[in-house]
Ligand binder design. Structure first.
Ligand SMILES: *Cc1c(COP(=O)(O)O)cnc(C)c1O
Length: 387
């Protein structure tokens, strides 16, 4: 017996918080197979429907032919391949920064960037609803960790004005992953410039989806290609981009600092170069297939209209993340389970991922969804509400 573990697991189960994994037997798509049954899925971050795109599969195979399967070393030893290099240049150009640096995952990018940029003498100011990876990064950095209420600029400004430290780093999701709302980006940038703080903007859910050509949330608020030098932009490549990985883009000085001292960049094997090769193909589709973002926008409108009369309300969001607020964890699980019996997958998100009493169904939409898919989900929810 290991002291306490069984008891902790039992409590979790009792509170309706035990998570189980489901085994997917098909590619990621709007329809997926589990246990031999087909489901219509509203749970992936594959917003543009690229995860299973023939052109990307072909590019991955071509990448494997050219580079093999494993990178075999870290970037600073001899695992930095021309595919990585080309992708970094393409991402820098696309996101509008002088340089970009690839990381294996978004989680590692956040850990690496935050711990390289601030330490004991510094302070971090973080939105209360930021992604877990950003909070973990803040704790690991040993900087003073000061949180402010969700998107509350007045509270943030007070805290920034009161702090007198070597460096200040404000951290925010650009699109909040469990709410779908967008941070007040322009005001955050202005505050950071006024108080000489860096702004780490995590655009995991905006990259590929928002802004002209899918260039991300910064291009949604600012058409031009000259971002504030205070911005450290981070985005993931396993969501809308449909592959895997993440990058940080910023001024040369910042990227050079990350190359020298981001431990989650240095002390790990480089991702397989075939993934970077596939991502170069993905980036082309992201840029050129405007229809994917148009379809996605239509799907969002249709879902909102379809769910208007429900007793449960959608949180205010114009992104593909459309959370339906239920409140009670067990109730959220019950509804999710009923939908599942009808062949519809919508995950119930519970504490501690979201605050107590705000359990929700997190509906995520994709350009791969058809109008009749959205209708089916709306009707199933109407029927559940009436029963
Ligand atoms: C998914 C996500 C991450 C982590 O990215 P991975 O590449 O999946 O590790 C970081 N931040 C936010 C806001 C996310 O939604």
């Amino acid at each position: 017996m290991i002291p306490g573990l069984a008891e902790q697991l039992r409590i979790r189960e009792q509170q309706g918080l035990r998570r189980v994994r489901q085994v997917i037997e098909s590619p990621q798509a709007s329809r997926i197979a589990i246990d031999g049954r087909d489901y219509l899925a509203f749970c992936s971050n594959d917003y543009l429907g690229l995860a299973n795109h023939p052109r990307l599969i072909e590019a991955a195979c071509e990448g494997a032919q050219r580079y093999g399967v494993g990178a075999g070393a870290s970037h600073l030893i001899n695992g930095h391949f021309s595919a990585h290099h080309d992708l970094e240049q393409a991402l820098a150009e696309f996101s509008g920064f002088p340089q970009a640096l690839l990381f294996s995952t978004g989680y590692m990018a956040n850990i690496g960037a935050v711990t390289a940029l601030v330490g004991r003498e510094d302070a971090i100011f973080a939105d209360k609803l930021n992604h877990a990876s950003l909070n973990d990064a803040a704790l690991l950095s040993r900087a003073q960790f000061i949180r402010y209420p969700h998107s509350d600029l007045a509270a943030l400004e007070k805290r920034l004005a009161a702090a007198d430290l070597r460096r200040k780093l404000v951290i925010s999701d650009a699109v909040f992953s469990m709410e779908g709302d967008i941070a007040p980006i322009q005001q955050l940038v202005a505050l950071c410039e006024r108080y000489r703080a860096l702004l780490l903007l995590d655009d995991a859910h905006g990259f590929g989806v928002l802004g002209q050509q899918g260039r991300g949330s910064l291009f949604m608020v600012n058409q031009i290609n000259n971002h504030s030098p205070n911005i450290v932009y981070m985005a993931t490549l396993g969501k809308a981009a449909g592959v895997f990985g993440a990058f940080v883009a910023a001024q040369d000085e910042i990227i050079e600092t990350l190359i020298q001292s981001a431990r989650s960049y240095i002390y790990t094997t480089a991702t397989p170069p075939l993934l970077s090769h596939a991502l170069l193909a993905s980036l082309k589709l992201i840029k050129q297939d405007e229809w994917r973002r148009e379809t996605l926008a239509r799907n969002i409108v249709q879902l909102k209209e379809g769910l208007q009369s429900l007793p449960w309300k959608l949180l205010p969001s114009n992104t593909p993340i459309q959370p339906l607020l239920i409140g009670d964890s067990n109730e959220a699980v019950r509804i999710s389970q009923h939908l599942r019996e009808q062949g519809l997958l919508v995950p119930a998100i519970r504490p501690p991922t979201v605050p107590q009493g705000t359990a929700r169904l997190r509906i995520s939409l994709s350009a791969a969804h058809q109008p009749q898919d959205i209708t089916r989900l709306s009707q199933a929810l109407q029927e559940l509400a009436a029963s």
